[in-house]
Write a protein that binds this ligand. Structure first.
Ligand SMILES: *Cc1c(COP(=O)(O)O)cnc(C)c1O
Length: 371
């Protein structure tokens, strides 16, 4: 299978590199990059790093992309001890490849690991793992406008043991998937569905951790959103069933008519998005007031009706910013499903993507060069 083997020095771990002999030829790769979609195609390589209680992190490898071999008793398959991250590699005009705030993703993966009783991966190893993969698969980073290489680091407990306790064996991986423009036909506002029946996370639960289990809990309500003509589901807090939390995989912002931005305060059950925190910074830089506080669904409905709230959007790495035209729920529609995207929404979206693609100055030092 593998031919070329080389050793690469990382700051605290040696990566052993084994090049794929089954790498797609240029024509094949270009055909995929011409219309990559999202999360459908994967590059030629992946990273894996093993962890055991005795040895800590060891055996870091860049290797051909391929199936994992797991014992059927691996704890991740039974008790969902799994966490993940999502970030992107962007090709700039001059061909160089960059990523956005990877330290924030590394630190969030560490927080997720603590909550899920998994081992913490040091920040330098996290960033080196991404660099290794992106350098090996640099040709997979597309260059068309608003395209990127989506990076998916994840960690699983892979000890073969059915007893219930935190695993003493785990593995970390990084895979990469070319991503087309999220909105192929231009940024289109969506309607979202307010779930009053289900929650994604509760007080003391795992809502602030980026773990697969939270997503599993959101899939049925997400299907209800589709069934009601909505693109996404919005969840409320579990104590009062009143205050906005977030969407299944995105944070939410409202824009008031005086230019104030509102976003739910981090409640302990909300995932702290890197996009969310970047938008707060960019809006404050422009002189907008940003309030992180409790925002009730009723305040949003009333605000849309009275004109006090003039825009709404969701944000996350995959789609950056998605304008929200209407909030729907059992027996109500707030806003206008056919409303165009808000002005501030679109201008923040442009500023953030301009930074990511190197079209404007990176004044906060958010970019890290990968290749
Ligand atoms: C990943 C994620 C987000 C968005 O986080 P970003 O860092 O901005 O991509 C929001 N909510 C949930 C539940 C997530 O998993």
């Amino acid at each position: 299978m593998s031919t070329l083997t080389e050793k690469v020095q990382a700051s605290s771990l040696q990566f052993r590199a084994t090049r794929s002999t089954a790498a797609r030829v240029a024509a094949e790769r270009e055909a995929i990059l011409a219309d990559p979609g999202f999360g459908k195609h994967f590059t030629d390589h992946m990273v894996s790093i093993d962890w055991t209680l005795e040895r800590g992190w060891h055996d870091a490898q860049l290797k051909p992309y391929g199936p994992l071999s797991l014992d059927p008793a691996a704890s991740v398959l039974h008790y969902a001890q799994e966490i993940f991250e999502g970030l992107k590699a962007y090709r700039h005009q001059d061909g160089s490849i960059w990523t956005f705030r990877p330290q924030a993703n590394a630190e969030r993966l560490q927080r997720s690991a603590r909550r899920l009783a998994l081992p913490e991966l040091p920040t330098d190893i996290f960033i080196e793992s991404i660099r290794q993969l992106v350098q090996a698969d640099a040709d997979w980073v597309p260059s068309a406008p608003e395209t990127s290489l989506y990076l998916r680091p994840f960690m699983i407990a892979n000890e073969s043991f059915l007893g219930v306790r935190s695993a003493q064996r785990a593995a970390y991986y990084v895979i990469a998937s070319p991503a087309g423009p999220y909105f192929a036909k231009g940024v289109a506002p969506v309607s979202i569905w307010l779930s009053t029946e289900y929650a994604r996370a509760g007080k003391g639960g795992t809502g602030a951790a980026k773990c697969g289990g939270n997503y599993a809990a959101s899939l049925l309500p997400q299907r209800q959103a589709y069934d009601n003509g909505c693109a996404q589901v919005l969840f409320l807090d579990t104590q009062e069933n009143k205050y906005l939390e977030e969407l299944g995989g995105m944070n939410v912002f409202l824009v008031c008519k005086d230019g104030t931005l509102l976003t739910p305060e981090l409640s302990g059950s909300i995932l702290e998005g890197v996009t969310r925190s970047s938008i707060i910074q960019l809006a404050r830089d422009r002189g907008h007031r940003v309030q992180e506080r409790k925002v009730s669904a009723q305040e949003w409905r009333d605000g849309f009706a009275s004109g006090e709230i003039v825009e709404a959007f969701a944000c996350g790495t995959a789609a950056v910013i998605t304008p929200i035209a209407a909030l729907k729920g059992p027996g109500f529609v707030a806003g206008d499903e056919n409303a165009p995207a808000g002005e501030l929404t679109m201008s923040l979206r442009k500023e953030l993507t301009d930074i990511q693609y190197g079209r404007v100055a990176d004044r906060h030092g958010w970019l890290t060069r990968l290749a």
